[in-house]
Design a protein around this ligand. Structure first.
Ligand code: NAD
Length: 246
């Protein structure tokens, strides 16, 4: 049995993770922590913590997990640079899986986009479109940001130089090297990501649709099982799935 604490336990994702862990077996839920609940006693009892709270709390949680010497899986998105640095510092002491998206399909999409960007090169214009439910707080999604980072990495440019977040007014013709990123917020959409490469006379579109939160919940549990006992460091879901470095 792996002893698990879920942080953000009353939220959309926290609830899904707890349900999946209870029905999967092999998990002892020793903590279901939400805003205002004591964290330390749950951390002490745990082998691993899954975080689906909010980005502003993840750095503090990473520091507390490092202090307690417990493995951590971070699912929150939208971290500020300073929060990201604190998470990385905590990873000197504990193993952390940090992933903007735990679905198997999206992690395969990361891999496929890397391949597509390498083959298609600068002749094809990349645009990323994501759609999420009306309750989502950050935009663009962490997944869209990661997809854009992958394209930028393959082109050898810093993302912030190439990124073009939405267009309005009179932006003029598309600049060479732009990576367009667009966010739709509507209804109850669980998560849709499309990476489009448009070249001369042809368009390649790679789309992933998450149909339920179960895919993220099951992926985070897979990451939690994998990360227990790993050496300190930051790991991605591609590491968990064995897709890294491909
Ligand atoms: P939500 O608003 O439904 O739930 C967040 C929960 O965290 C709430 O119950 C809130 O009370 C709790 N919380 C906030 N601050 C806290 C704190 N300091 N301590 C303890 N609990 C705290 O949000 P959600 O839709 O479940 O999403 C949660 C996060 O996960 C978001 O950042 C979202 O973008 C991300 N997300 C990631 C994935 C993935 O695959 N990595 C998938 C879906 C959502």
């Amino acid at each position: 049995m792996i002893r698990l604490t879920v942080v953000g336990a009353k939220g959309r994702m926290g609830t899904a993770v707890l349900e999946r862990a209870r029905s999967a077996g092999g998990w002892e839920i020793v903590g279901a922590v939400d805003r205002g609940d004591p964290l330390e006693p749950a951390l002490r009892r745990s082998d691993v913590i899954i975080d689906f709270s909010e980005h502003g709390f993840s750095a503090e949680l990473a520091e507390a997990s490092a202090e307690a010497g417990k493995a951590l899986v971070i699912g929150t998105t939208g971290h500020l640079a300073e929060e990201g640095l604190r998470v990385r510092r905590a990873a000197a002491k504990i193993p952390i899986v940090w992933a903007p998206n735990f679905s198997t399909g999206v992690n395969l999409l990361f891999y496929l986009v890397r391949k597509a960007a390498a083959v298609l090169g600068e002749e094809f214009d990349p645009e990323i479109v994501e759609a999420h439910h009306r309750g989502k707080r950050d935009a663009p999604s962490g997944t869209a940001r990661r997809l854009a980072e992958i394209v930028a990495e393959m082109r050898g440019v810093p993302l912030e130089k190439a990124a073009r977040y939405g267009r309005q007014g009179e932006p003029g013709p598309r600049e060479a090297g732009e990576i367009g990123i667009h966010a739709i917020r509507a209804g109850g959409i669980v998560g849709v990501h499309t990476v489009l490469f448009a070249g001369r006379g042809e368009i390649l579109e790679l789309t992933h649709r998450a149909e339920s939160r179960d895919t993220f919940a099951l992926g985070s549990l897979r990451a939690a099982r994998w990360v227990v006992g790993k050496p300190p460091g930051i790991y991605s879901m591609e590491d968990v799935l064995g897709l890294a470095g491909g």
